[in-house]
Write a new protein. Structure first.
Lengths: 311, 293
């Protein structure tokens, strides 16, 4: 995501050594564009093109039951979305999901990585256990958790009743459905952040621990004073990647609750899906997509600003 | 990130191992205990799925939340594989993921080579354009993309899944940063010998970029295999569904036959689980090196 191209800018090396300058420049230009052609054709046709077309669509009252863009609508789609209670509530559900998932997915991942890094034997086993769920298709994870969340007779309900606690109806209860989805998401995706933290831990010089141990620092103090601060770069990265990933939520919610009960968990992407593909209002759906895109862009801009300042 | 295979730091041991200090030893024991408990919690869903899948349906109905079974059997797997469409979905998922990954490696490595190694007019513009792709979440494009593929009559074909997934900006930058880390003399000496740029790419640079290529291949494969929203929209006929979309219909047809539902969940997760076991180090290093920096 954040790889940078480290090649010198064009023209930084005046007079390329191995060939006459003019002929070389023309040859390089032809070769460069030639090598890029397959990528650019697909990229423009299936990503940039649709992005531009989506922007155009958002200004028309299009419908998927008739062809073409439909009558021009100006900003009507945008004003309708911005004044729609359903749009805002779905936006809120996406944000709520992000608020519920980001802290545990960052903090627990950090804890798991620090614990795993500390033990001497069997690291591979813990890496396997915590990362394995991440490679599972979301549908499989959804099927398993739906089964565990069955009210009264499911595994979670039986655990809670064994502890003498009242078990909620999980996915059927509007107050618990989003929490249940968030729990599943933490289980499913923590491996990615965990691995990023493990990599960050590799970069901390061991001498720091040895020196502080000589100074009499206990293990808790070492974690709090050395490990956590030195991982702050990784923490920024993990947090920002996590916020952006959480803001894109659709799959889990669609599979576990289908946005219910009574739309209480419907995220904004499902709202777009509903208006665009169920109500056939493509223009309005495109406008809602653009508004959502602006939110993602704003978050990315914040991240860019932070990483710029730190660099 | 000069290379994608940073070797594991040799003989690196756990930090702060001071056996003389009892505090440190006690703390390590505590860490192991906490870690084992957390790992056990993380294993529960996987084990529970497998456990449910080998129990007879009648037993699940009478005592749903019990781990013990007196009659373990693989009947559920047999039924899912013979009656359902799992084999077809496996094939679809495999072909789509394979073709997407192969095309992505070829197309994006060429682009990455051009961006990193060829000084052509307009390179900055292209780099900016590719960079812009990092910011566009594919989820925001479902509406226009769907209309496009409907217009091209490509819905319910593999191409609907393959074509939009091949040109990914991340892959281009992974290749570009790998290529720009290779010594410049490689290209220069070949150019002096009269090799064209495409030959320089295909004969010299492509064979050297194995670490980048395998990272891009594995990630594209896994991502394609697990992709859900776009295949859900475009693959509406059961014959062409991939595993994640197909399993979504399974729940409706099996209803409360949980052994079969869990058997299909286990079967759906199995192939990528195997891929992960085989390529564990590559995958973990790939995340560490493309995510960080």
């Amino acid at each position: 995501m954040t790889s940078t191209v480290a090649a010198p800018p064009a023209g930084a090396l005046p007079g390329v050594k191995d060939e006459p300058r003019a002929a070389g420049a023309i040859g390089q230009t032809r070769a460069g564009w030639g090598l890029l052609t397959p990528f650019l054709v697909l990229y423009l046709a299936f990503l940039i093109g649709p992005a531009v077309y989506g922007l155009v669509m958002s200004f028309f009252d299009g419908s998927s039951v008739r062809s073409g863009l439909g009558p021009f609508a100006g900003l009507d789609n945008y004003t309708e979305a911005l004044t729609s209670g359903d749009f805002w509530s779905s936006m809120w559900h996406t944000v709520l999901f992000t608020i519920l998932t980001t802290p545990p997915l960052v903090i627990v991942a950090l804890l798991l990585a620090m614990l795993t890094d500390r033990i001497r034997r069997g690291k591979w086993f813990f890496r396997l256990v915590f990362f394995a769920p991440y490679v599972m298709p979301v549908t499989c994870v959804g099927l398993v958790f739906t089964w565990m969340y069955v009210p009264q007779t499911g595994l979670f309900a039986s655990w809670l009743s064994a502890l003498g606690l009242p078990a909620p109806a999980w996915l059927a209860d509007p107050n618990w459905a989003m929490i249940a989805v968030a729990l599943m998401t933490v289980w499913w995706t923590i491996g990615f952040n965990f691995v990023l933290y493990l990599a960050g831990l590799q970069d901390i010089p061991r001498e720091l621990y040895e020196a502080s141990a000589v100074d009499g620092a206990g293990p808790g103090a070492q974690w709090w004073r050395i490990t956590v601060p030195l991982l702050s770069r990784t923490t920024v990265l993990v947090t920002m990647l996590q916020i952006i990933a959480s803001l894109k939520v659709f799959d889990q919610i669609y599979l576990l609750t289908a946005g219910g009960p009574n739309y209480s968990t419907r995220p904004v992407i499902e709202y777009i899906y509903d208006v665009g593909f169920t109500d056939f209002r493509t223009g309005y759906g495109a406008a809602a997509s653009m508004l959502y895109f602006v939110v993602i862009l704003a978050v990315s801009a914040v991240w860019f600003a932070i990483s710029r300042r730190r660099a | 990130m000069a290379t994608l295979t940073v070797p594991e730091a040799p003989t690196r041991r756990a930090p702060a191992k001071a056996p003389t200090d009892p505090r440190h030893r006690a703390f390590t024991v505590l860490c192991v205990v906490v870690l084992v408990i957390l790992a056990a919690l993380w294993l529960v869903p996987m084990l529970w799925a497998v456990d449910t899948s080998i129990r007879p349906e009648s037993e699940i109905t009478t005592s749903p939340a019990t781990w013990w079974t007196s009659h373990p059997s693989l009947d559920a797997y047999r039924q899912v594989l013979s009656a359902g469409r799992m084999p077809v979905w496996y094939l679809n998922s495999f072909l789509v993921a394979l073709l997407t990954a192969v095309f992505a490696v070829v197309v994006c490595s060429m682009a990455g080579f051009a961006v990193a190694r060829v000084r052509f007019r307009g390179r900055r513009i292209v780099t900016g354009l590719v960079l812009a792709g990092l910011l566009i979440p594919p989820q925001t494009l479902i509406m226009p993309q769907f209309q496009e593929f409907a217009g091209l009559h490509l819905l319910n074909t593999y191409w609907a899944l393959i074509l939009p997934s091949v040109p990914t900006s991340v892959a281009v930058f992974v290749f570009a940063s790998f290529f720009s880390g290779l010594p410049g003399e490689l290209a220069e000496s070949a150019r002096i010998d009269g090799a064209g740029w495409f030959r320089v790419y295909s004969r010299i640079f492509l064979p050297l970029c194995k670490p980048a290529a395998s990272a891009v291949f594995i990630f594209t494969f896994v991502w394609s295999w697990n992709n859900f929203l776009w295949p859900l929209l475009t693959m509406t006929s059961t014959e062409v569904m991939t595993i994640p979309v197909g399993l979504n219909v399974v729940q409706d047809s099996y209803g409360i036959r949980y052994a079969q539902v869990m058997a299909s969940a286990v079967l759906g997760a199995l192939p990528l689980f195997a891929v992960f076991l085989i390529f564990q180090r590559r995958i973990v290093e790939g995340i560490a090196n493309t995510g960080i920096k």
